[in-house]
Design a protein around this ligand. Sequence first.
Ligand code: HEM
Length: 336
Amino acid sequence: MKPSLTGIAEVNILKDFNKLTLDIIGDTAFGYRFDTLISGENKVSQAVETLLRGRTGVTTRFLRRIIPFYDKLPTQHNKMMAEAIDVTDSVVKQIIRQKRSELESSGGRVLGSNLLAKMLMVQDDESGKRLSDQVIEAQVHTFMVAGHETTSVALTWTFYLLAKHQDVQEKARQEAIAVFGGLGTIDNTHLDELKYITAVVNESLRMYPPAALFMRKVVADDQLGEYKIPKGSYVVVPICVLHHLEENWANHEKFLPERFLGDQQISNYKFMPFSNGPRNCIGRKFAMLEMKVAISKLLMKFKFNLDPSQGELNTQLRLTLKPNPCPILRVSLIES
Ligand code: HEM
């Protein structure tokens, strides 16, 4: 954030939401404080960013395809990736070590109710075996990456849209004040009352689904309309295309949260930002809760405007569907 004498700060929201969501997943899922928002950029968030960028860059994917041993070459890129892997590996190990030692010093009892605590405590009824460190490490990695990148991109698009549509921003702010004004804490019951903010989040996820596509391997020969789909092939489900089909979404290019209000149920096959079926997003409820809390809290305190020098944003498909360039918003404190 760049503070200024006029009381308006210029904020690169993608960067700040990235730190916020990393801090949140660390604290809630692992009981570990990254504290990147307070202490500034830290090496963990940079390493995660490097891994996400490096693994999915078009050039890298191309080089990997034509040079099978590409990942083993001592290139600048590979060195950078190896360093980033070292950083995240050692942090993941450190998180687990810290929790294990808490577990031992408490005589194998209560460690808190976070996900990591549960993974460390769980025991097979018959053999008494616990999960191995290797299994736990893989889970911590997955949750650290899946649990912060998508949500920070979703918040970034949502605040960009709110800054662009001041009427929607004001309506959402009024709802947050009506539901939480005067309350010190926010709880689940009150989150259910945020009908308009939920619609804002859903409309943002429709327009810019952070996980823009997913793939499935076909388990048996199938027929889809005129297309034969052989067993063993891969099918891409382009969420970003489904969410913009004119036959399902009139004026699909317009930001209209009202689409998600009212009694009419929207089919899971038209709207699937968290995917569908047995492998859908395990963190969807958590993500919605996290975003609604962040949006309500921020709107009650700050106003968000577009930087007039900011041109139109493009979408850029990396691991997630990101805005390009990163939106810079002008943020001002609301006088109370
Ligand atoms: C707006 C935020 C989020 C979006 C849009 C999102 C979207 C998705 C999607 C589309 C998938 C399915 C991928 C596939 O089918 O191949 C997925 C899987 C997953 N998500 Fe999320 N996600 C979000 C937030 C989160 C959060 C906060 C967590 C953790 C707390 C999380 C954890 C996971 C995990 C572990 C999987 C893999 C599930 C499996 O393979 O069974 N996600 N997510």
